[in-house]
Design a protein around this ligand. Structure first.
Ligand code: GN1
Ligand code: MG
Length: 569
């Protein structure tokens, strides 16, 4: 992109990099020009697009940025190549920061600028970026090693993208480890393990074997003396989660040994076009039905992962043949019930502040259940996992989930220390402390992890001896409706109060508030999507009919305010 480097504060480099390095950067990117007219943006989920629209150019620039970020943080940085629940022909790339969290938001802009830089300007842009980000420390930092680890999902475009990535890392002399196939949360886990090894807060062994062992050991500890009833059918979206779950199963005790019977379906990674097709978490959540391939009978426990295994939802067909979804809100409340109960049994209720974090899309009945029945605080944040993650980190035990099934549970350093150092006074307290301690290891705290979340849900159901019906009956979801409205320019829809109120266009919120007041238990909001060119309208109310009517009326308000300007002026 011509002139792209002008966004950096320093128009002229303060420190000149060696010509050999700049030449290597230019030579490396030569095979990967930006196709005409393409523009890229680092969004909620990194860069994501049809793989053949210049994604290898983008991946190369992500490699360059990762090297700079690794020097800046003096730590290993992760890169994941995946397009999650998107169709097979898409792919994407995102960066993972040292503790296994998402790239710091202030660097997303650098990623976008570099991705939009033309091949001719790449070395110069890299030099500018080094000067911009490594500022005063530049002389020492430039000489620091840069270490990167990366993995990918099963898409056919993966190998060529990895080739572009390696070209970038080789050009700037970074060291790296290629993990091959990994789920997104496994890559996050590896990054945290690498960066914490030989420290008092070591996260684990940075290998797949280490990941499975840590999870399996924690599972055995919590399961002690409990029994999982029946089997769970896990739909793996024909993605990388399939083989990885199969691998984990080898480490887990079987049902006969007091363990778990996981029936893996949709785990065909040899048919690339099958990925996320008519299966997976996104299919089940948006279509509100089981994948057609599912053979599960009435009341049988099922769950679906997405293509990179960072989301999971549960479901079953009840005795009347009605499909019942237990989404992220349900997994969150299930986790909260268990952890609050264990904290109480461990005598730590006063010491551990447990809270739930949701977005405005969480069903109002789940919020009411947590606040009124569980008597735990609920915080609402804007959409996007990074917002939830940060809010959850403010609790001792912070449970966060998006309704779509992406979420995890965070334990603060204080909580971990308290749980691990409290001396039990009786067997009951010991069991509760052991269960809490094992939960810390079972849950992948770096990011939502479908496999770990699934095991945790299974363990909690076993502890409570709950059937799917029992779980469903903890509260009754308010009927709801999500509508997508296409408008002339979605950027005029600006919100406040965790996206629950529109501040612009002027007058729109007043109309929505007036509409909502006509409905029993009515709640509705409109916000611009961060991932699609549309405004989303969510509505819930006491009855299905009312929820649908409210959604339609609010969508009409959005259409009216979002209509194209009158061409006659
Ligand atoms: C209503 C909804 O499900 N929104 C999704 C969707 O965001 P939007 O900004 O609404 O397009 O994609 C995000 C990224 O995957 C995910 O975090 C979020 O939950
Ligand atoms: Mg995903």
């Amino acid at each position: 992109m011509s002139g792209s480097t002008s966004v950096f504060n320093q128009p002229k480099p303060v420190v000149k990099l060696e010509q050999a390095l700049l030449d290597a950067i230019n030579a490396g990117i030569a095979p990967y020009p930006i196709p005409d007219g393409r523009k890229y943006g680092y969004g909620t989920a990194g860069f994501r697009m049809k793989a053949n629209l210049g994604l290898n150019h983008v991946v190369y620039t992500v490699g360059l940025l990762a090297a700079i970020r690794a020097k800046k943080r003096n730590a290993t940085i992760g890169i994941m190549i995946t397009a999650s629940h998107n169709p097979a022909e898409d792919n994407g790339v995102k960066l993972v920061d040292p503790m296994g969290d998402m790239l710091e938001q202030s660097w997303e802009g650098y990623a976008t600028v570099l991705a939009n830089t033309s091949n001719e300007e790449m070395a110069q842009a890299y030099e500018h970026l080094v000067n911009e980000t490594l500022v005063d420390e530049i002389r020492q930092l430039q000489d620091r090693p840069a270490n990167i680890v990366f993995g990918r999902d099963t898409r056919t475009s993966g190998p060529s993208l990895i080739k572009a990535l390696k070209a970038a890392l080789d050009a700037v002399g970074a060291t790296y480890h290629d993990y091959g196939y990994l789920t997104t949360p496994q890559l996050h886990y590896m990054v945290r393990c690498v960066n914490t090894q030989n420290t008092p807060y070591a996260f684990g062994e940075a290998t797949e074997d280490g990941y499975y062992k840590k999870m399996a050991n924690a599972f055995k500890t919590i399961m002690y003396g409990r029994k999982i009833h029946g089997s769970v059918t896990a739909d793996c979206a024909n993605g990388v989660g399939g083989p990885k779950l199969q691998e984990l199963i080898k480490y887990l005790p079987t049902a006969a040994e007091g363990g778990i019977d996981i029936k893996v379906i949709n785990d065909d990674v040899l048919k690339p076009e099958a990925l996320n097709f008519d299966c997976g978490a996104d299919y089940v959540k948006t279509k509100q039905k089981a994948p057609p391939s599912s053979k599960a009978g009435p009341n049988e426990r099922c769950c679906s992962l997405d293509g990179d295994a960072d989301r999971v939802v549960y479901y079953f067909t009840d005795s009347n043949g009605v499909f019942r979804l237990l989404d992220g809100d349900r997994i969150a409340t299930l986790g909260a019930v268990f952890l609050a109960e264990m904290a109480e049994k461990a005598g730590l209720s006063d010491k551990l502040k447990i809270g739930l974090v949701q977005t405005a899309y969480a069903n109002g009945a789940s919020t009411e259940y947590v606040e009124k029945v569980l008597k735990l605080p609920v915080v609402v944040t804007p959409t996007g996992v990074k917002h939830l993650h940060h809010a959850a980190a403010r609790f001792d035990i912070g449970v966060y989930f998006e309704a779509n099934g992406h979420g995890t549970i965070l334990f603060s350093d204080n909580a971990t220390k308290t749980i691990r150092e409290t001396q039990p006074k009786n067997p009951g307290q010991k069991h509760a402390l052991d269960s809490l301690s094992a939960s810390i290891d079972l849950i992948n705290q770096t990011v939502g992890d479908a496999i770990s979340d699934m095991l945790f849900a299974e363990v909690v159901l076993a502890h409570k001896a709950w059937t799917m019906e029992n779980w469903l009956n903890t509260y009754i979801d308010l009927p709801n409706r999500l509508v997508r409205v296409e408008v002339h320019d979605r950027s005029i829809f600006k919100t406040e109060d965790a996206e629950r109120k529109l501040v612009s266009p002027k007058g729109a919120q007043e109309e929505i508030t007036r509409l909502v007041s006509n409905y029993t238990k009515g709640r509705s909001f409109a916000r611009a999507s961060g991932t699609e060119d549309a405004v989303r309208v969510y509505a819930e109310a006491y009855s299905k009919h009312e929820a649908e009517a409210l959604a339609k009326h609010v969508a009409d308000v959005v259409k009216k305010f979002g209509a194209a300007p009158d061409p006659r002026g």
